[in-house]
Design a protein around this ligand. Sequence first.
Ligand code: ADP
Ligand code: MG
Length: 307
Amino acid sequence: MKNAIEIRNLNKTYKASKRSAAKVALNDVSLDIPKGSIFALLGPNGAGKSTIINIMAGLVKKSSGSVIINGFDIDVNERNAKSSIGVVPQELNYDPYFTPLESLELQAGLYGVPKSERRSKEILEMVGLGDKTHAYVRSLSGGMKRRLLMAKAMVHNPQILVLDEPTAGVDIELRRQLWDNVKMLNSRGVTIVLTTHYLEEAEELCDRIAIINNGEIVACDDKDVLIGSIDSKEIIFRLDRDIEAVPATMSQFNCEVKSARDLSVRYSTSEQQVGAIIEAVQNAGYGIVDITTEQGDLEDVFLQITA
Ligand code: ADP
Ligand code: MG
């Protein structure tokens, strides 16, 4: 078995309530998440990311379709499916009156991990909380609390760790720390699934990415392939003198004056040739001192796909 998770034709409609109309949150979602990967579910708020995660975690009931976790169908073999996966939910909740060690022991108890097999201290070390074993949870910083939740999700030694928006509202430094933790766990063989609405996070961390929009998977591929598929490129000309406005003769190109002497041109690699663009700059009466180009990034992929 090479997939940690296989999702087929998954649908979810949240029923109407007094406050809201019925809502189709997932529309025929199918996904394979390879074993050993760091996989991102990337999409804007409301796209359906948490719904997928919560169905996998057994917190939300699907309307139809199938979910196989580590070879176990959640409808047929819920127990084994659940023991294969650790989930850090988007909504964070803490036990303020327990120390990190007590929190982990409690969680291990809930999962029925026998005392002899518990590794609470080792897990705390692993997420960098080794010196906080006996601290009050309420005295921990935001980043430490996040890592404690990761630790809690690991008590039953799951092969798959799922993180729902792990770095939403977390500052850059903490984000780096969490990323390091994720990479370290992955290097120990844990399959990582995370949701994010930060393109940068998916780009930095993941080897495979699915983009979800309005409850539908609109792209799913290796990160490099996704980024490579982007057709738009930016070329920046450093000119020999100041430029005030885009020359009228270049109006057919997507130009922008970036700074006093820098003119940027966005173009489609399949439709336009660099030679023609260079010629247009020279014909407008400018000398070219230097040229730099920028490849498209995930943001371009995202805009192209969801446009
Ligand atoms: P994401 O995690 O990508 O931001 P969600 O899966 O939380 O998206 O939500 C997908 C859609 O389903 C949204 O339109 C959201 O408002 C709706 N939704 C989520 N949870 C519920 C719920 N419990 N009841 C009704 N609608 C919900
Ligand atoms: Mg969410």
